[in-house]
Design a protein around this ligand. Sequence first.
Ligand SMILES: O=C(CO)[C@@H](O)[C@H](O)[C@H](O)[C@H](O)COP(=O)(O)O
Ligand SMILES: [Zn+2]
Length: 192
Amino acid sequence: MPSASLLFQANLDEHLQLFQQLAALTPDVNEAGRRIAAALAQGGKLLLCGNGGSAADAQHIASELTGRFIHERRPLAGIALTTDSSALTCIGNDYAFDEIFARQLRALGRSGDVLIGISTSGNSANVVRAAHAARELGISFIGLLGRDGGALKPLSDVAIVVPSAVTARIQEAHILIGHTLCGLIEQELGLT
Ligand SMILES: O=C(CO)[C@@H](O)[C@H](O)[C@H](O)[C@H](O)COP(=O)(O)O
Ligand SMILES: [Zn+2]
C-alpha cells in the first residue's frame, strides 16, 4: 500500500498502464456503437443497467442520449434501469434483488432494442438475469465488463472486457468507452 503522498501517483500509473492497452478493444467498441446506432435508427432504444458505480455510469450514458453529448441534435432514446426507486424497491422487495433489471426489461424492452449491462466482475446476478431476459426478448446484449468478463461474457452479443482486476480502474475505462459509444452513435446517425 503506497503512502498517502504516493497514492495519486500510483493510481495514475495504474490507470495509464491500463489505458495504453485499451486500443485492443477498438473492434468491439465499434461493433457496439454500430449496433446501438442501427437500433436507434430503426426506432429502437438503448437500455442500460449496472450496480453501484456502474449504475451511475448507466444513467450518465442514458442522459448523453436523451440530453445531448457533443452535438446539438434531436434527443435519442436512452433509458437507465437504475433510476426508478419505486420500481427498484418494489421489484427488489416483492420478487428478488436479482430481478430488478430483468423485470423492468420485460416491461419496457422491445425486440430490436439494445441493452448494455455494465459490470466490472461480469458476475452481478441481476445483470446476468437481464442478459438472459434480453435474449428471450430479441434484444441485443452488450456487456461492458472487466476482469475475465465473468458469466456475462458468453451471454454478450458484443463483450467489451477491460483487462484489469481493479474495480476503480475498470470503471474509469468504462466511462471512456461509454463516451466513445455516444460519439459513435452521433457519427453513425449523421448527427455530427
Ligand atoms: O463503484 C464501486 C467501486 O468502485 C462500487 O459501488 C461497485 O460498483 C459495487 O460494488 C458493485 O456492486 C460492483 O458490481 P460489479 O461491477 O461487479 O457488477
Ligand atoms: Zn467506483
